[in-house]
Ligand binder design. Structure first.
Ligand code: HMG
Ligand code: MG
Length: 314
């Protein structure tokens, strides 16, 4: 039976802001989190403990975590919100532990060239780096989510074999992550690919552990999400306004916009727990902060606003 609700994991603060030219300070990032949570967001990736040389936009993540959820929170954000940070290696994990987060996300690629460009090591090496990260997570009772990137295509190598993605999903699952987010890093997937890949993935990883992470480069993300939902996937990563993208994936645009996904699911009678009106109210504020318009379609025009009955004079 089709599920009547989905879980939206908000990416705006990490996948979104990591690719914006205009770098936001910690206070603005905390205010962004506060507004998202006010709109009903329950799961949010709040930043990344990656190298600031590689991704300067994510510098200050420890400060964001402290101001949003630590002693400095001052009651602005309810503590029960689930938030995570992206961690590439043991060094990042130490920063995560010091910050007091209860959840992290690790990430590996499905193509060697993207792995090298993004984290400066092979896929195999990245999995070796995850072993001490997972051991520390266990010791400190930190939940771990896993991402697989370039599952539908690589900006350097082109096609990526489904068999390789399935094998890496099994390997990621064996590490002990609680969820695996299947990434269309450069927004190249189509519905046919989504159906075919998720059919294979479901045979090796329980579908309730799979999430969809679609970038909207070619305008296919909503269709791809619907195709994955039809196959039983109920967790989707989205970014307010369609912000961002990966700085090491040339040509890729942002994640699918949270507002567009919420509009689609609410129209189908599927609950998201989010208020579309409140999300839309964040758009002009964020647009001003990053100094450009946001790509979200629903964000641009809003909800249907009837102009009144038209009378035709004869
Ligand atoms: P490296 O240069 O090979 O690192 O980078 P290294 O181990 O050789 O160390 C060099 C220096 O960096 C050392 O400092 C380390 O301490 C420091 P020094 O001794 O020279 O002073 N260092 C760090 N500093 C802060 N935080 C760390 C860290 N690690 C080492 N964690 C590294 C390797 C992995 C660090 C680098 O390549 C990196 O940070 N990459 C991250 C790139 C990134 O964030 N990409 C975007 C996120 S992934 C994504 O968007 C895809 C996703 O959305 C899913 C999808 O769409 O498919 C998740
Ligand atoms: Mg991404």
């Amino acid at each position: 039976m089709k599920k009547k609700s989905v879980v939206i994991v908000e990416m705006g603060l990490r996948d979104g802001l990591q690719n914006e030219k205009h770098v936001l300070d910690a206070d603005t990032r905390v205010e962004f989190a506060r507004r998202l949570i006010e709109a009903g967001t329950k799961r949010v990736e709040i930043g990344a403990f990656v190298s600031p040389q590689w991704v300067p936009q994510m510098a200050g993540t420890a400060d964001v975590v402290a101001k949003a959820f630590g002693e400095q929170n001052a009651g602005r954000i309810p503590k029960k919100i689930e938030f995570s940070v992206l961690v590439p290696n043991e060094r990042g994990m130490q920063d995560a532990i010091n910050s007091g987060v209860k959840e992290i996300a690790i990430f590996a690629a499905c193509s060697e060239s993207f792995s090298l460009k993004n984290i400066n090591c092979s896929i195999d090496e990245s999995f070796k780096r995850f072993e001490p990260v997972m051991a520390l997570a266990k010791k400190h009772k930190i939940k771990v989510r896993g991402y697989l990137s370039t599952c539908f295509g690589c900006p350097f190598e082109g096609k990526v074999s489904e068999a390789k993605v399935v094998k890496l999903a099994q390997r990621m699952n064996k590490l002990g992550v609680y969820e695996i987010s299947i990434g269309d890093t450069i927004g190249v997937a189509d519905v046919g690919q989504v159906r075919s890949l998720f059919k294979k993935l479901k045979k090796v990883v329980p579908v309730k552990k799979l999430a969809g992470h679609f970038h909207d480069t070619r305008g296919q993300a909503l269709a791809n999400i619907l195709a994955a939902f039809d196959m039983g996937v109920t967790v989707f990563d989205t970014s307010l306004g369609g912000l961002g993208g990966c700085p090491y994936a040339p040509g890729a645009t942002g994640n699918v916009a949270t507002e567009d996904v919420v509009y689609m699911f609410h129209g189908m009678g599927v609950k998201t727990g989010l208020s579309l009106e409140k999300l839309l109210a964040i758009d002009p504020w964020m647009s001003e902060k990053i100094q450009h318009a946001l790509p979200s379609k629903v964000g641009k025009v809003g909800m249907l606003k009837p102009l009144g009955k038209v009378t035709v004079s004869k």
